[in-house]
Ligand binder design. Structure first.
Ligand SMILES: [Zn+2]
Length: 75
């Protein structure tokens, strides 16, 4: 009888650890803190002169990227 209780207890503990661990892992995965900082470092190609510029310095116009106002006016 005591052995049965120990087995049931061990099983319940294993189930608790399994689901508890999964819930904690899901919470950790959902945190994406450095998403915005990565985006500003992304290089984009100017559709006019094919120069690669950092996304934050590039100009986005009508679905295309431009390195400068000059290239934008040429397009
Ligand atoms: Zn350009």
């Amino acid at each position: 009888m005591l052995l049965k209780l120990l087995i049931i207890g061990a099983l319940l503990y294993a189930i608790y650890r399994f689901f508890g661990g999964r819930i904690l892992a899901d919470k950790r995965d959902s945190i994406d803190s450095n998403d915005n900082s990565q985006d500003s470092e992304t290089l984009v190609e100017c559709s006019e002169c094919s120069t690669y510029v950092v996304k934050k310095d590039a100009i986005y116009y009508r679905g295309k990227w431009y390195c400068s106002q000059e290239c934008l006016s040429k397009a």
